[in-house]
Design a protein around this ligand. Structure first.
Ligand code: ZN
Ligand code: ZN
Length: 366
């Protein structure tokens, strides 16, 4: 789409309010709308630019993305959390925005207000069948490594009996007598005319002798889908994995998308923060005082970690790259040290310990 600066296109400042943006768009749309400028490709191009700019700036989420990342932020599949590193590999499989899609907030309303039915006639809005969302249950370890989710869901699509025609097999189809097969009727007179969907045939332009009984002639039915979806490594509860064309479908086979969300159960000792993992590890007093090597669990098995002599309780040590590895930029594992103070010492050990502190008063200085 347009690579022009939407603020420049609308002629508003970066700080422009919603009302200013709307006003600027109305002004441009009024001047350049194809209905007012028939056969004027320049005006049409300006109109498209303005529509796109308005579509971006009228949606708070998209406006924020543009402000922060420019046009890159508006590309399909852009994920601000994964901004670094996803380049060049055909895009990020996660959908960045978690708020429901539908960018054209208010655009059609505005055009409808200004141009009546003409606006939608000029630019037939492809009513895309609805997207769907399913939730796949998983565990943290599985989501971190990537896995194949099997999801089942109900989906509207072309009726299986009539393959979407709405006509009972073997039955006749005639042209609708009311609209002559156009599917719509022209109402009003010359300057104020507008089209309305034909009531007799609901806009299909056809009269069906015998409707399909499975779908009552609607052409669509609901069916159960089971699908295997590859979830890339590093996904979490915030991810939405898109599967194109697997949402609801209309009778013609146009389909929305399916979004898979994850319900992640933590089956690990870690706390996950983005791609970083947090873990608290107990060590002995002697390991804290003298230093040593301990074994620390990671998602890919145990690793050795050095405890420097004089390590304090609560100190945080980093194991670089031992966090969640999404194949692009692995996170780190942060280990918080917890010194386990010995209890129930016998008399001799207590005496020894008291002597140690007496003999080394400076050992407690920091
Ligand atoms: Zn049917
Ligand atoms: Zn009709």
């Amino acid at each position: 789409m347009s690579e022009k600066d939407p603020y420049q296109v609308l002629g508003v400042s970066k700080e422009a309010s919603e009302a200013e943006i709307k006003k600027a768009f109305r002004r441009l749309a009024k001047k350049n709308h194809p209905d007012v400028n028939p056969d004027n490709p320049e005006a049409e191009a300006r109109f498209k630019d303005a529509s796109y700019a308005y579509e971006v700036l009228s949606d708070a989420d998209r406006r924020k993305l543009y402000d922060k990342y420019g046009h890159a932020g508006l590309r399909e599949g852009f994920d601000p959390n994964q901004h670094v590193g996803w380049g060049g590999r055909g895009g990020n499989p996660f959908e960045g925005r978690t708020s429901g899609g539908g960018g054209f907030s208010g655009l059609d309303d505005i055009l409808g207000d200004m141009f009546g039915g003409n606006a939608s006639r000029r630019r037939p809005k492809q009513a895309r069948p609805a997207d769907l969302e399913v939730v796949a249950r998983t565990r943290l370890s599985e989501a971190a490594a990537g896995f194949t989710a099997e999801v089942s869901y109900n989906r509207r699509g072309p009726c299986g009996t009539c393959t979407g025609s709405g006509v009972a097999p073997g039955s006749q189809v005639r042209v609708c007598g009311t609209c002559g097969g156009l599917g719509r009727q022209q109402l009003g007179h010359a300057s104020m005319s507008f089209a309305q969907i034909c009531g007799a045939c609901s806009g299909t332009g056809q009269r069906i002798e015998k409707p399909c009984s499975s779908c009552s002639g609607q052409g669509v039915g609901e069916s159960r889908m089971t699908l295997k979806v590859r979830i890339p490594p590093g996904a979490d509860g915030e991810s939405r994995i898109r599967v194109r064309g697997k949402g609801h479908a209309d009778r013609a086979g146009n389909a929305g998308d399916l979004y898979v969300r994850l319900d992640v159960e933590n089956d690990t000792p870690f706390e996950r923060q983005g791609n970083d993992l947090l873990l608290t590890v107990p060590i002995t007093l002697s390991e804290a005082v003298l230093g040593g090597a301990i074994s620390v669990p990671t998602l890919k098995g145990d690793v050795r970690m050095n405890i420097p002599a004089g390590t304090d309780s609560g100190q945080r040590l980093r194991l670089k790259g031992k966090g969640v590895d999404n194949g692009q930029s692995p996170g780190d594992l942060y280990v918080t040290i917890q010194i386990v103070v010995p209890r129930n010492l016998d008399e001799e050990s207590r005496a020894l310990f008291a002597r140690f502190v007496e003999r080394n008063p400076q050992s407690l200085d920091r």
